[in-house]
Design a protein around this ligand. Structure first.
Ligand SMILES: C[S@@+](CC[C@H](N)C(=O)[O-])C[C@H]1O[C@@H](n2cnc3c(N)ncnc32)[C@H](O)[C@@H]1O
Length: 204
């Protein structure tokens, strides 16, 4: 199973809440792509962060496309149903655990609540096909994935992300990766403290 866990990068979730959400809530629909999402904790953490910062009615317009190449076949029914062990949710803040998870029928498991599950759509997808899941995206999150690619693959995937974002859309990548020099003109860095970028709409 790929290494990941709930609320793995609280600093990035805070950046999204502070800089991205206030901008995206002015749109009718909020489409997010979590590319390389592993078995679900990251997109569910994103969904919980969105829900914490908006009301029930606005949240109904949030759609998170959660994709992974899924080489190890982790996208089974349990992922889509939002079942996790108590150990896996160990880092979820207690108040959020109470609000967004419920004890599952299966002993030792909790389940992500229906409202949050309803916002996340899992799909098997290979980034190296360079085909976006959709266009007009408000936010793309691709963390701890690009480091597995060659420099040329990284540039091609980032160009694809740029094309798939709506004007002024946002991109989050891993802290360890600088944007390649060919890609830098396509984005402006929103925050010096993290890897949050905004699409420069005037560059093709
Ligand atoms: C270390 S995990 C990162 C999970 C999550 N983004 C996080 O940061 O916690 C890397 C994920 O990238 C996925 N991955 C690797 N190559 C991929 C590709 N070509 N297309 C889509 N996903 C890929 C792996 O299957 C794995 O689930």
């Amino acid at each position: 199973m790929a290494f990941t866990y709930f609320f793995r990068d609280q600093a990035v979730l805070d950046l999204i809440a502070q800089h991205v959400l206030p901008d995206l809530v002015t749109r009718l629909y909020i489409n997010v792509w979590d590319a390389g999402c592993a078995h679900g904790p990251e997109p569910y953490s994103l969904a919980i962060t969105f829900r914490e910062n908006m009301g029930h009615f606005l949240f109904r317009n949030v759609r998170i496309y959660a994709t992974d190449i899924d080489e190890s076949g982790q996208f089974g029914a349990a992922i889509a149903r939002g079942l996790y062990t108590y150990r896996e949710v160990g880092r979820v803040p207690a108040d959020l655990l109470g609000r967004y998870f419920e004890p599952a029928d299966e002993s030792g498991y909790v389940r992500v609540c229906a409202e949050i599950r309803g916002a996340v759509r899992f799909q098997q997808h290979d980034l190296l096909t360079l085909q976006p899941v959709r266009t007009d995206l408000g936010l793309i999150v691709c963390k701890n994935v690009l480091l597995h690619f060659t420099p040329e693959q990284r540039v091609a995937v980032l160009r694809m992300f740029h094309a798939a974002l709506m004007p002024g859309g946002y991109l989050v990548t891993e802290q360890t990766q600088k944007l390649p020099s060919e890609i830098e003109p396509l984005f402006r860095r929103v925050s010096g403290a993290g890897q949050l970028f905004q699409k420069n709409a005037n560059v093709l």
